[in-house]
Structures are given as C-alpha cells and as structure tokens.
Write a protein that binds this ligand. Sequence first.
Ligand code: MET
Ligand SMILES: [Zn+2]
Length: 340
Amino acid sequence: ADITEEPRVSLKAMALAGRKKGLLQRLDAGEVVIGDGGYVIALERRGYVKAGHWTTEAAVEHPEAVRQLHREFLRAGANVLQSFTFYSSDEKLKIGGSAGNITSQQINEAACDIAREIANEGDALVAGCVSQTPAYAITKSESEVKAIIKKQLDVFVAKGVDFLIAEFFRHVEEAAWAVEVLQSSGKPVAATLCMSPEGDKHGVSPGDCAVRLVKAGAKIVGINCHLDPTCALKTVKLMKEGLEAANLKAHLMVQPLGFHTPECNREGYCVLPEFPFALESRAMTRWDMQKYAREAYNMGIRYIGGCCGFEPYHIRALAEELAPERGLLTPSFREARALG
Ligand code: MET
Ligand SMILES: [Zn+2]
C-alpha cells in the first residue's frame, strides 16, 4: 500500500458517528491495534508525577497535563488510550501516594473522563487499567486483592470504558485474580505481566502464565514494561508457544520499555543503577522502534504499543512502520506532510 494515500476513513467522522469498532472486533479481523506509551514516566519528567510513588494524582490535580499527553499519543497513531490510573487504589495511595486527601475513586473517575474526552477526538478506544496491589505483597489475600480490583472496576464500568487491562503484574497468581474480577463485567480483558523470559516472580514459565491468564478469562495476553522490545518479544514468543501447546486461543499483546536493557535481567529496569533518573542514554530511537514494530508484527502480535520510556514520537514510529498494514496514516504525519 502507498502510505502517502489519504486514510480510507475519516477518523473524526467515524468518532462522531460513535461507530468505533471494539477491540475484539478489530483483533478478530486481523487488524493491527497500536497501543499508547508510558504515562507515569513521561509525566514524572514533566513534573506531574512523583518518582518512587508513581501514583496518578495528576488526573485530579493537573488534568491538562494528562489530557495533553493522551492527545499526543492519539495524534501519534494510538488506537487505545489507557486510563491514567496506575497504582490507583486507596491502599497504594496511603502507602506511597503524595496526595493527602485525594481518593482513588476521584482519580479513577477523572482519569476515565479525560481519556474519553480525548479518545473522542479520534479513533481510539478507552481502556480502564489496573496494576499490582500492595495487598498481594503484604497479605497474599485473594479476597483483599479482588476487593481492591473490584472497586476500580466499578468506576470503569460506571464510566463506560471500552475494555480493561490488567498490567504490570509480577506474579501471574495475582494477575489471574485481577482478570477473574475484570471479566465479570462482560468487557474484553487484556492481561500483561512484567516478567523476563525466565518467568514470573514465583518462577512460573511464560507459557504457563499465558495459559493461566487465558483460563482466567483474558482474551489478550502478553508483556508490558520492565524490559526492552527484544526481551519482551522473546517472552511473548514463549507465551505463544505455551498457548499453542495447550490448544488455547488468545490475541497477543506487547508493550515493552522504550529503553534498551540488553541485560534482560529478571527484575527489569527498576534494579538498574540508572533507574529512574538517568535512563536517557538507554532511550531507543525511532529506527529501533520501526524494527521492533516489524518484528512484533511478523511474530503474529497484533496489539503493539509501549510502556515506560515510550514518548509520543516512538508510538508514531510504530504507527508509521505499520501504516501499509493498517491502511492508515497518523494525523500528525498527515498534517506534517500538508505543511511540508
Ligand atoms: C510502570 S508501568 C506504567 C504503566 C502505565 N500504563 C503508565 O504508562 O503509566
Ligand atoms: Zn512501564
């Protein structure tokens, strides 16, 4: 396909008509879904997130900053805007939040509203996102973890998100609990673990993790954060093989770091000496991103995005690399071309 062609459909017209295709409709049809990038890391750099806490009070305190980053990912070609709700449970805010009296309920509601507002500027879906809980580390209590996830889910359902993502789980056991809760809503659930090819923190292999997540109800499984695309693709490949061996079907997803981690160590970037204030020299280039997008596509992964370290221009490189497959140009690319 000639990527200089105009898109086949007007994104605005489609959005306004309220006829966006759902996530599973897109993936089942074999379409590429471009994810968005890393919010907490990008907004920490811009002065809106506290390093170490990584909580998302900015959804309430500085909505304009969150809105703008969503818009930049959308213009870069993202088909999904993830709610800015990382670590947003009251338990986590109490332990490590910087907010004082902002509740997770307020954060989650504001984050959903902001994501929806910007998603309506284009062809993006809104994902309600949950992540690992302090309760799992402290008490290992299934009912406590599930209650925390359920509270977040109730807001996502009330706000009408399009689908749900359980991301950044180190233990498949906890991720599977989250998936069980999320899928009770009837909305599609994607689940991504932050693990190396060696497996989750209890040593469960990537193949077995994938099987457990699908059995818990996830329709899309894969990897996010912690390690670079090369490591993440290795791990997703093992997940894919595990699913095939178990005769299970699911879509694959990958949202790696935008930083090079040739160490491919078990614990990921959090234990590197450069974390979190000196990661710049590890930043990937747009050429790296194009290579990653192509490799992910060739592996059969169709939900391709990024996590920490992915700035909007990285997402744009993914979208442009896969423009022939998607038959679409990004708004930023079209406008730049019109100007040039
Ligand atoms: C530490 S992983 C963070 C994931 C979350 N979706 C974010 O980008 O903020
Ligand atoms: Zn991340």
